[in-house]
Design a binder for this molecule. Structure first.
Ligand SMILES: C[S@@+](CC[C@H](N)C(=O)[O-])C[C@H]1O[C@@H](n2cnc3c(N)ncnc32)[C@H](O)[C@@H]1O
Length: 269
């Protein structure tokens, strides 16, 4: 994975292990601390809450058997493919997926997803564009990018069969789309996609959902969208809550509407 990863500036995190770590887990925790720049803190029989208080930490990256979890104030987040599982099952049954329709995806397409989150949209796109296509997803939060990148690399599930191959093909990059787009070549991707965290979404859920706690807020600026249109060969697509005030404000034409969300498109330059 390419990375510009640095410890999350405003959040004090450290790497630790489960309560009774195996030698392998200990080695993985030291390795993860070295790779990410978060310091390693030995567990020494403490509860996670006790450790966070002792060490004045916001949260912990807890290395466990097989993978790791993020812990903040009694809440724990492990990687999971979220709605991607049900959406791939629906696609297998020949049903429409509103994102696939909005992006007009076909086999072999190159998709740049600027807002990874837990990567469910990126997995659906990777399934639709197949092994000859390409999906790269950008995530501004180093912790979320780390969780999703490692999670997608090792998560195991048999059903639906297309899920694991699709998630293994997604390239996760810890980057801010504003910086990334400015350095990307003209027409490098067929479609560029945004699913921003609008401020009301964050306020609604703060304290309830670790993804929303760690996520970056805000929506793309007109200048970001100008860069996205230069980088896209076909179209730039953004998701919004219905009725689509942000889409209208940023000049998108509405192309798909669901029960709660809608999608708008801007043509490439
Ligand atoms: C609503 S979530 C995306 C959900 C995603 N579509 C999915 O299927 O799981 C938005 C994500 O975009 C990330 N984000 C916000 N601003 C960003 C930026 N400037 N660059 C990269 N990622 C950003 C947030 O941290 C958050 O994780």
């Amino acid at each position: 994975m390419q990375t510009n990863r640095e410890p999350e500036p405003q959040l004090a995190f450290a790497v630790t292990t489960s309560a009774r770590p195996s030698p392998r887990e200990l080695a993985r925790a030291h390795c993860l601390a070295g790779e990410t720049g978060y310091r390693y803190v030995p567990r020494t029989h403490r509860s996670l809450a006790g450790m966070a208080a002792d060490e004045r930490l916001t949260g912990l990256i807890v290395v466990e058997r097989g993978n790791f979890s993020l812990w903040v104030a009694g809440r724990c987040l492990r990687y999971h493919p979220n709605m991607a599982k049900l959406r791939l099952l629906a696609l297998e049954q020949g049903k429409h997926d509103i994102l696939v329709d909005a992006l007009q995806l076909k086999l072999g397409d190159r998709v740049l997803d600027c807002t990874c989150g837990l990567g469910a949209d990126a997995i659906v796109a990777a399934c639709k564009v197949g092994a000859t296509g390409r999906v790269r997803t950008l995530e501004a939060s180093p912790l979320l990018a780390l969780l999703v990148e490692r999670g997608m690399a090792c998560y195991v599930i048999d059903d639906p069969p297309a899920l694991v191959p699709a998630m293994r093909r997604v390239e996760v990059l810890n980057a801010d789309y504003a910086d990334y787009l400015r350095c990307e070549a003209d027409n490098a991707w067929d479609v560029v996609y945004f699913d921003p965290m609008f401020s009301e979404t964050i306020a609604d859920a703060q304290g309830l959902d670790l993804v929303r706690y760690l996520a970056r807020g805000g929506s793309p600026s007109p200048a970001d969208l100008g860069e996205a249109r230069r980088v896209a060969r076909r179209r730039v697509v953004m998701k919004d809550r219905r009725p689509g005030y942000a889409l209208a404000r940023l000049g998108f034409a509405k192309v798909e509407e669901g029960r709660r969300v809608c999608y708008g498109a801007l043509p490439a330059w």
